[in-house]
Ligand binder design. Structure first.
Ligand code: SAH
Ligand code: SF4
Ligand code: F3S
Length: 585
């Protein structure tokens, strides 16, 4: 009984916002001091509170027919209501939406792509920078307008429900609920299993909130339903949360502690995607390469940490590591390309690089987010490495994976960044030469260490000027690297029609750069005479004939498979990487 009453207390504390410390420190609640929580409690829990969906976990082994009737009712609450998803932020949010859709679909909700037709609009939000949040506030205004218009048209209509989900919900529950009272539902990234119940509450015009962060929720038991079932690419989340606490970053506060999903459930999902015809899988996590499946019993005890890198948390040992997972994932199907994002440079031990090296279907394309090229700024950012350690890693990666494509993230104008410190970022971009880079002006976030400890003292115009210089320099190098590909033979996975013209097809090369080819051509396999048109999901050998900093164009030569292409390529390994296509035919 004590544990149930504690849970109710927690639920009430949710409403006052003090829950996070409770959750983070994993302490059970035995007393409370917060006035607001007291008031909420005086409102008093009722019978329903005893049967919240989060208690389902305790009932996992109970057969469906024996589940408490109240929860069965909750299942019916979808009532074929139509949900419109409005997704912002990173790929994790896209994949989370697929988890949400899976949960709602099995609870009798429908999905609509027409906002005007929606009974419920769920905004899956991002809080990484102020701009990301401004977008959501503007969107909220727009949605309120649509809701009012609908009500004007039909006075008896049930008002469209609006839900704020994801990272911003986690961060701004007060503002969303108290200042902007037009929101019906607020749910953080770890409470999506609770959505059917929360949406049921909104039916009675109650505002429903669950922003509790979890130490172990990985949604391993939910098979996501893809939003675009025709796509040949899919995301698979392998871990959630982040323990790194970079001083500028809100993610550890919005997504909570790091936890990994068991290998077996990841492999099951990948096999299912393979059976649906998926050809490219991107493993996802806020810190994807610190993956560690502690549920697998194994004697391995090493840490992942690369020499010269350190963390603020105790390094994890034991369990199955990222390298073990990659190895198992690569083996599922040699024709499925594997990528992963977003990694941290500290977690690239040789075992990981060796797996990437030894499987042709592991894309030789690494994201190595540097954030800054100056060791003092990196120290203030608490990234756990110096400029020298980062460059040593880049050189090491290039020794093991000679033609690897490298991408990165950079922030300019972080607290106290001087002109000289910023010049070091430019010189790092120059020295490494990135195929792709995501460049951001610093945006101060509340709750972060930087907010408490430093001053956001680089003026906005200076940030903008620095950003422009980073963009210019990065483009110059991306353009140069892409032009070096002219004449080369590349394996392109066809994604569909080009957005600009239906006479062209678009696909991606191993470096994840878009490649455009003429669409009307009929092609044959390398050995064989039968010709057919190129389809989505085909691997095509393409000779690159033009390039800019973002896109390559080329001539399709023949249909192939991933294994055949790299078998041919490895035969010519010394030549093909640098020589022109004509010289190896
Ligand atoms: N886990 C990933 C990053 C996730 S956030 C990693 O460590 O690389 C994606 C990117 O947003 C970060 O790499 C960083 O470049 C940028 N970013 C994060 N917080 C920011 C802030 N407060 N202002 C500007 N950019 C930020
Ligand atoms: Fe944010 Fe750093 Fe974690 Fe990336 S590693 S999500 S930048 S705290
Ligand atoms: Fe944004 Fe949350 Fe992703 S803050 S970048 S949606 S983890």
């Amino acid at each position: 009984m004590r544990s149930i009453s504690c849970r109710i207390l927690k639920n009430n504390l949710l409403k006052c916002g003090n829950y996070k410390q409770l959750c983070y420190r994993n302490v059970s609640v035995t007393s409370f001091a917060c006035e607001k929580a007291k008031r909420n409690l005086l409102g008093g829990p009722n019978l329903k509170d005893f049967f919240k969906n989060e208690n389902l976990a305790m009932q996992e082994n109970i057969p469906e027919e024996e589940v408490i009737p109240y929860l069965k009712d909750v299942k019916k609450f979808g009532g074929r209501r139509k949900v419109y998803f409005d997704v912002y932020g990173c790929q994790m949010n896209v994949n989370d939406t697929e988890i949400i859709w899976s949960i709602l679909k099995s609870n009798n909700f429908l999905k609509t792509d027409d906002l005007n037709d929606a009974d419920v609009v769920l905004i899956i939000t991002c809080a990484i920078r102020e701009g990301a949040e401004t977008k959501i506030w503007n969107r909220l205004e727009y949605l309120k307008g649509i809701r009012n218009q609908k009500l004007k048209k039909s006075k008896n209509a049930t008002p469209m429900k609006i839900g704020i989900l994801g990272c911003m919900a986690e961060r701004l529950k007060h503002k969303v609920l108290e200042i902007d009272q037009s929101v019906d539902l607020v749910a953080g990234p770890d409470s999506y299993k609770d959505l059917p119940r929360l949406l049921a509450l909104t039916q009675n015009n109650q505002t429903a909130v669950n922003v509790l962060l979890s130490l172990d929720e990985t949604y391993a038991d939910i098979m996501p339903v893809r939003l675009n079932e025709n796509s040949i690419s899919a995301f698979v989340s392998i871990m959630r949360g982040c323990d790194n606490m970079c001083t500028y970053c809100i993610v550890p506060f919005t997504r909570g502690r790091e936890r990994s999903r068991p290998i077996s459930s990841i492999l099951d999902e990948i096999k299912q995607l393979r059976d649906q015809g998926v050809k490219e899988i991107t493993l996802l996590g806020q810190n994807v390469n610190s993956y560690r499946d502690l549920s697998e019993s194994t004697v391995k005890t090493s840490t992942n940490l690369v020499k010269g890198f350190k963390t603020v948390y105790k390094t994890k040992v034991g369990g199955m590591r990222f390298a073990d997972l990659l190895h198992r994932v690569a083996e599922v199907d040699p024709e499925i390309r594997i990528r992963f994002t977003s990694p941290h440079p500290k977690d690239f031990p040789d075992e990981v690089l060796q797996v990437i090296q030894s499987y042709p279907n592991m894309c030789k394309n690494l994201h190595l987010p540097a954030q800054s090229g100056n060791s003092n700024v990196l120290e203030r950012m608490r990234r756990g490495y110096t400029r020298e350690a980062y460059l040593e890693l880049v050189d090491h990666v290039r020794r093991l994976l000679p033609n690897v494509a490298i991408s990165s993230d950079f922030i300019c104008g972080f607290c106290g960044e001087t002109d000289e410190e910023f010049e070091d970022t430019l010189s790092l971009i120059e020295r490494v030469g990135y195929n792709t880079a995501y460049l951001f002006p610093y945006s101060m976030r509340e709750k972060t260490t930087a907010h408490r400890r430093y001053k956001d003292d680089v003026p906005q115009e200076v940030k903008q000027k620095r950003l422009d210089r980073m963009v210019e320099l990065y483009r110059l190098h991306a353009d140069r690297l892409n032009r070096q590909q002219i004449g080369n033979l590349q394996l392109v996975l066809i994604e569909g029609l080009s957005k600009r013209s239906s006479a062209f097809l678009a696909g991606r090369n191993e470096a994840n750069i878009k490649v455009i080819i003429p669409g009307e051509d009929e092609l044959s396999w390398k050995t064989g005479t039968e010709q057919r048109s190129i389809r989505q999901g085909d691997y095509v050998a393409v000779q690159i004939n033009s390039a800019n900093s973002q896109v390559l164009k080329g001539i399709p030569l023949y249909l192939t498979t991933l294994s055949d292409f790299y078998r041919d390529k490895y035969l010519y390994r010394d030549k093909i990487d640098n020589l022109k296509y004509s010289s190896i035919l």
